[in-house]
Every structure is written in C-alpha cells, then in structure tokens.
Design a protein around this ligand. Structure first.
Ligand SMILES: *Cc1c(COP(=O)(O)O)cnc(C)c1O
Length: 459
C-alpha cells in the first residue's frame, strides 16, 4: 500500500469509528477530514504534508506552540519517574509544587487588601473545574448553616462547559433548549454585551444598567444564591463578548455586599490570554473561587484546578463523622505528568517574559481590528489581549445578523483553511486565538488570510 492508500484508509476509518464533538456527523461524512500528524511552533501538519497555522491554539489551549522543548523535556523527565498515582489518599511531587506556584501566582499582582485564594483542588478539564466550584459553593453554605442558598446567579451568553452542572450555570440558549429538563434552575443576569444590549441601552450612557439589573436580583434573592458565576472580562464561547470597563469590579462589590460567593471561571481567559496572567487582575478583583484549565499545560495535557479561599476551605473541616468532607474527586486528579507540564509552562512565562512580549502582538491585532471594523459586513470587533471576535452582519446599520443556517462564519473559516490558517468560528463571530508565542510576522500573515477570507465571503 502506498502513502495515498494509507491516507484514504485513515480518512475512511475516522468516518467509520469516530463521533466528533460539536460536529454534525452527516456533514463530516461528506467532507474529507483533515487529519493531523505533526506540529511545530504555531503550525500543524496534516497527513498530506500540508501545514496550517493553528489560529485557535488547538481550541484555546496551546499557548507556546507545539513541541515546545521545555514542556517536552519536563514530560519525559516525569515519565521516567512515574506517570500517574492517585490523589485519593496519596500525594505527588509535581502536584505539590504546582499548587504552591499557582497560589503565589494568583495572589501576586493584587494591590487591594483581600482574602487570598490559598487552596488548590485538582481535576482534569474546564467543565469539571466549574462542576467542582459549583458543588463547593453549594456545600460551603450548608456548613455555614445557610440552608436556603441553593441556587446560582449566572449570565446570559455564559459558557462554563458541557457537563450538566456547567450547562445549568451557563446561558447559551441552544444548550438550554436541548437539555432543559435535566438542568437545575438558576437566576439570570443580563450579558454585558454592549453591541446588542438586552436592556436596549447604549454604552456608556447606560452607566452599567446591567449591573443595576444584577443588583435587583441579588437584593431580592440573595438568601437563595450561593454564588455568582462569571467569565471575567470576556464571555468567550458566547461570542467573544468583552464586558465594559468596570463591570467585573462592580460584580465583585455586589457579591460582597449581598453575602454571596464569586466564582471566576478563568478557563479561557487565564494564563496570559487577556494580556495579564489572569483576567481578574485587570480590575484588581479576587474571587472566592477561581477555575483554571485550557492554557495551564500549554495545550499538552488535560488538567484543571479550582482555587478557593481559606474561609471556604476551613468550612469543610470537622470530625470524620460530621460528614463535612468535600465528596468529589476524579481518577486522574492531579496527574503528575500534567502537573509537570504546567510547571514547565510557568517557567516559560518567567524566562521568556511572555506577558511583556505580548504587548506588540496585541498592538498588531488591535490595529488590524480597527481596519476591519470599517468593512460593510463587520458589525462589531472586540478583543481583550490576544483573544478577539469579529461579528459579521448582513446589514451593518440595522445590526441584522446573518441567518444561522447561512453559515457565514464557517465559510470564512473554510476560506482561511484553504489558505493555510485553521480557525473555528462561533456562529457568525470569527474568533482570533493564536498561541501567545506567535511571531509578529506569523500573526500579521494570519490576519491577512482572515481579512481576505472575510472580503471574499461577504462581498
Ligand atoms: C472551554 C471552557 C470551559 C470548558 O472547558 P472544557 O475543558 O472544554 O471542559 C469552561 N469555561 C470556559 C470559560 C471555557 O472557555
């Protein structure tokens, strides 16, 4: 059999055996799948030897590119010690070292006095980190004797993952329509989506009407609300919706005022994506619980953490028979290889000065977004650091959206892919999420291809 036959065989075998996530398999079966064999820096190669720029960082996880020497070495070194041992009743060296580093890191930049995040609970993906946060917040109030605090306040357009608890605290209609009867009830607050304000207001004349709305709900129902959960600064999967300045800080104040916990889901925004290590730093906010995953291992291994304050942790302490234990944990919790990869990433952040080097890249992106915003079918452009969304519209003046089934976003993505840039849209929002380490030249090249794709599809 020749290479071509091998490749055809792989394509057929994929279609025969694999059910892909978030994919209409009927469409998948009628197309030729791209099968990746190799990666190098910000590029990925398919079985035919074609290279693509990894414009979505392998779904927002890869921050230093592929085959990064330091991470490869750290994993190999750990592999020669042990691949996995359980955290249920045992501990392991990389998990301990990483917990210490993370606690120092999340509290490093805060200037106002606050209760720091001091405890690390490990799991293995973003949804699970949120699931842990939700259960932790719920059980915390039970231990505090606040039996009525059984619900959560969440935002429209929020995305916190795909498990049932994470979907329950999300605000994406599509999922709620599909799985509604399985989900627990929550209180909802408006999305800080200024381009399409639910309250019909206009920024900044509104003086954050969405915050006032959130306060109304908290004022009436705070004795039923265990926590407010939020994606700080950017509602990512909801369409790269960037909250107006000051919004996050106000949410923090409301949580303190109404005695409810703040859960910050930094799964997408954490680890440099917004230009600071964590999005909360932009508004000097410390949540009571923080969820991290995606970038944590540089896109190498599934790992997540849920960080909590000493106050929350302490509420779970008691005699064995009191049943105050946090009853949650997974088989691969605190996996040593994943933790070793994460430690290597934190080293890279330090010695490559990743955050400092992001500044010129963000400037290139923002200048390009400004150009693009003039296009007739670009309704809105928004970004925070190196995460951006371009909302394509049928009619700019009326802000009329393209019909969902027109798949305009997908057409742009396909055009870009044919020209060597792999991106994945969110409906009609084109997502720009390259690895943080992308060179200025590659970033400019990527943006040129996407610009061409937008022009060609929308004109
Ligand atoms: C991706 C994402 C999740 C879910 O993470 P998974 O690892 O895909 O389960 C949760 N919250 C946010 C904000 C995300 O972007």
């Amino acid at each position: 059999m020749g290479i071509m036959d091998d490749n055809r065989h792989l394509e057929e075998t994929d279609k025969k055996y694999i059910w892909h996530p978030f994919t209409q398999m009927q469409e998948w079966r009628s197309e030729t799948p791209i099968i990746i064999t190799e990666g190098r820096d910000c590029f990925i190669k398919d079985i035919y030897g074609r290279w693509y720029l990894d414009g979505v960082s392998s779904l927002w996880v890869n921050i230093f590119g592929h085959r990064k020497k330091e991470i490869n070495d750290a994993i190999r070194e750990q592999l020669d010690k042990i691949a996995h041992s359980t955290m249920l009743g045992l501990s392991n060296v990389p998990a301990i070292k990483l917990a210490e580093r993370l606690v120092k890191l999340v509290n490093a930049s805060c200037v106002t006095p606050h209760a720091p995040l001091t405890k690390v609970f490990y799991s293995d993906n973003g949804s699970t980190a949120v699931e842990v946060a939700v259960k932790m917040a719920f059980q915390y109030w039970k231990h505090k004797g606040a039996m009525g605090k059984n619900s959560f306040l969440c935002l429209n357009n929020a995305y916190h993952g795909d498990t049932i608890g994470a979907v329950s605290v999300g605000g994406v209609d599509l999922f709620h329509n599909t799985f509604g009867p399985l989900l627990f009830k929550t209180f909802k607050a408006p999305s800080p989506y200024c381009y399409r304000c639910e309250l019909g207001e206009e920024y900044a004349k509104c003086s954050l009407a969405c915050i006032k709305k959130m306060e109304e709900t908290l004022r009436v129902h705070h004795d039923k609300i265990a926590a407010v959960i939020i994606e700080p600064l950017v509602q990512a999967a909801g369409g790269m919706i960037v909250a107006p300045h000051g919004y996050l800080g106000e949410v923090r104040k409301l949580c303190s005022k109404y005695n409810t916990l703040l859960i910050a889901d930094e799964v997408a925004t954490g680890f440099g994506r917004t230009g600071k290590m964590f999005a909360c730093e932009h508004e000097d906010v410390v949540p009571d619980i923080m969820c991290l995953s995606k970038g944590i291992t540089g896109g190498y291994m599934p790992l997540a953490v849920t960080l909590a304050t000493e106050e929350i942790y302490t509420a779970f302490l008691g005699e064995f028979r009191e049943l105050k234990t946090f009853f949650h944990g997974h088989s691969y919790t605190g996996n040593p290889i994943a933790c070793a990869a994460a430690l290597a990433c934190l080293d890279i952040f330090e010695h490559e000065e990743t955050l400092k080097n992001l500044v010129p890249r963000i400037a290139i992106l923002e200048k390009w977004l400004k150009d693009i915003s003039e296009f007739v079918h670009v309704g809105d452009v928004r970004n925070k650091g190196l995460m951006a969304g371009i909302e394509l519209v049928k009619d700019k003046k009326a802000k009329e959206a393209y019909a969902w089934e027109d798949k305009t976003g997908w057409k742009v993505a396909h055009h870009a892919r044919d020209n060597g840039v792999f991106i994945r849209p969110l409906g009609n929002v084109i997502v720009i999420m390259p690895p943080l380490s992308i060179s200025n030249e590659d970033l400019a090249g990527m943006l040129a291809v996407i610009k061409d794709a937008i022009i060609s599809v929308t004109s």
